[in-house]
Design a protein around this ligand. Structure first.
Ligand SMILES: [Zn+2]
Length: 130
């Protein structure tokens, strides 16, 4: 990997991290606003409770997803710093350039990522009927 490649990837990772943080900060502001709104309307809209619970669940799911994404970017940055970037964390296979170009935070080959996400989703499943 050339120095230019490394810088390009580092920039791409930083941009994604920045984007993630903005999204998360926006979500936090939104839920704070929603909370104060809820207090003033609580007696007028008893039927909204189910909807709000559902929205909150979606928010938690998104929050988990964003957290996971941020963690992966951190892993990719560390791999880059240690010269391991571009190789699968699990099996050591070289990650295809096309995959890295599309997803610079990829730290696993496609097979290992699928396996990893399968385990992860089973473990964190909030809705076993889905
Ligand atoms: Zn692998």
């Amino acid at each position: 990997m050339t120095e230019l490649d490394r810088q390009t990837i580092e920039t791409a990772l930083d941009e994604r991290l920045e984007e993630l943080r903005r999204t998360r900060a926006g979500m936090q502001r939104e839920s704070e606003g929603g909370l104060s709104g809820e207090v003033s309307h609580v007696d007028n809209h008893p039927g909204d409770e189910a909807t709000e619970t559902h929205e909150r669940e979606l928010e938690v799911t998104t929050e988990l997803f964003l957290e996971e994404e941020e963690r992966r970017i951190g892993e990719a940055r560390r791999a880059l710093a240690e010269g391991r970037y571009g190789r699968c964390l699990n099996c050591g296979a070289e990650i295809p350039r096309a995959r890295l170009a599309a997803m610079p935070e990829a730290v696993r080959c496609l097979d290992c990522q699928r396996h990893f996400e399968g385990l992860h989703n089973q473990h964190h499943s909030l809705d076993p009927d889905r």
